[in-house]
Design a protein around this ligand. Structure first.
Ligand code: GLC
Length: 449
């Protein structure tokens, strides 16, 4: 682990080859086993108390999606034949005050948005609705609609709420707003929503992955393998929210160490800090600063924008990565805005190359994690696995999916065709509505018996 001297050093430092994947797979399986048996593990392996959708659920369901920088409220219709549509949606950006305030402020804000959503769309407050609540944080669930928050992640640093039940908190906020017609039927992680959304129309899907502001995955586990499970679950399979963002079995570089040490949650979410949109910009910024200091990049001695923590966003990286003009004109435009007016073509190419190296490693270790989970479910890789993936990094970052596919090909060779990555849109919205429907059906069946 050392700082880079130049670009080719950086390339090797951020490389992940087949033997590194094999190593990571072993670590992954050890941690999965520990997590499933209730031992300390960097993979929390949280039971979601829900199984895959059968594609037959139908009706109108509400959903709330909380977990990134936006809050969304939506109404979705499921037709019972594998089709789900969002009828109407309200999206608001969360202010820093809300993301770093108290749980009461956060949940009151959600209830206010739901109330406005119902009013704006003439949705009667006298008709009962079931709601799926996508709450994309690590939660220890004890049923499909209750669970205690383990920790805040992704820039949320709310002062309280740990160990509190997210559904109770939301219910209380609903009561304060007189929203008495909404029953929270499912508490859903975004990975689970993504798996539910894809499996609603495709029965090959057994894994959901988010590659966005944060990163995480869930998959379908045999209930009998969940040794730590103390509550009876009647189905033979259950979805497990792995919380792989916290995985600590892949060694990073000294840049990763600095990023971690200067973050708001040092020592936590180590894997997420190498892979997800919240951090890739900052990681690249640290490398750029190092290169500027060593005079490999930009002719500037005075203080510059890159010295500012958080200055570089993953979105900026994506913009540069997509710049295919000969003179890298869009990159130049971005640099000028950052106050660097005299960049050379060499500087701009180097910048693009740094972003490529950082995003390529992210894609390759994300793919290594995917293949590790698939080989856990199916050690000899005997059948097809459809992996539902959502999140801005996967959907928008140039070549991200391609880089993931390349790793899968190198590692799996002629079996690569058995793992397919598909972009599943809006698992946190539609998927939450589907989960609410699945949960409601289970409740109805239990009530009849
Ligand atoms: C963070 C959260 C996790 C979520 C992921 C993607 O890692 O802890 O629950 O699924 O981000 O949004």
């Amino acid at each position: 682990m050392s700082h880079t001297k130049n670009l080719s050093d950086l390339f090797y430092l951020f490389d992940i080859d087949v033997s590194a994947v094999e190593n990571m797979r072993k670590h992954f399986h050890e941690e999965m086993l520990r997590g499933l048996s209730g031992q300390t593990s960097s993979l929390k392996m949280l039971p979601a108390f829900v199984t895959r959708s059968q594609g037959k659920e139908s009706g109108h369901f509400l959903a709330i999606d909380l977990g990134g920088t936006n809050l969304r409220v939506l109404l979705a219709t499921l037709d019972g034949m594998g089709n789900s549509v969002v009828d109407t949606v309200k999206k608001v950006t969360l202010s820093r005050n809300i993301m770093q305030g108290t749980t009461e402020e956060l949940f009151d804000f959600i209830a206010l948005c739901v109330s406005e959503f119902l009013n704006e769309n003439d949705i009667s407050k006298n008709v009962n609705y079931h709601l799926g609540f996508t709450f994309s944080f690590p939660v220890e669930q004890i049923s499909v609609n209750s669970g205690k928050l383990i920790q805040w992640t992704k820039g949320f640093s709310i002062k309280d709420g740990i160990n509190e039940d997210a559904v109770i908190l939301l219910n209380k906020a609903f009561k304060r707003r007189q929203l008495n017609n909404i029953q929270i039927s499912a508490l859903v992680n975004d990975t689970v929503g993504t798996l539910m959304e894809e499996s609603y129309s495709n029965s090959n899907c057994d894994m959901g992955v988010i590659l966005g502001t944060g990163t995480n995955a869930c998959y379908l586990e045999k209930t009998e393998n969940i040794k730590k499970l103390q509550i009876h679950f009647s189905k033979p399979t259950m979805v497990i929210d792995m919380e792989w963002g916290d995985f600590n079995g892949y060694n990073g570089t000294s840049y990763d160490t600095i990023l971690d040490e200067t973050s708001i949650n040092p020592g936590e979410q180590i894997f997420e800090k190498m892979v997800s949109g919240m951090y890739l910009g900052e990681l690249s910024r640290l490398i750029i600063c190092d290169m500027i200091n060593k005079k490999f990049l930009f002719n500037i001695i005075v203080s510059h924008a890159f010295t500012r923590n958080g200055f570089l966003e993953t979105e900026d990286m994506a913009l540069v990565a997509a710049d295919n003009t000969d003179s890298l004109a869009k990159t130049e435009e971005f640099l000028v805005k950052a106050g660097i007016t005299d960049s050379t073509i060499y500087d701009r190419k180097t910048l693009k190359e740094i972003f490529f190296i950082v995003s390529k490693r992210a894609a390759r270790i994300a793919a290594a994690a995917v293949v590790s989970v698939v080989l856990w479910m199916d050690p000899l890789l005997t059948k097809k696995h459809l992996i539902a993936v959502d999140g801005t990094v996967f959907a928008k970052y140039p070549l991200f999916k391609q880089n993931m596919e390349d790793l899968l090909s190198e590692y799996l060779k002629d079996k690569k065709h058995l793992i397919n990555l598909t972009h599943t849109k809006d698992g946190s919205g539609k998927g939450a509505a589907i989960t609410a429907a699945v949960a409601y059906n289970i409740l109805r069946t239990n009530a009849k018996n």
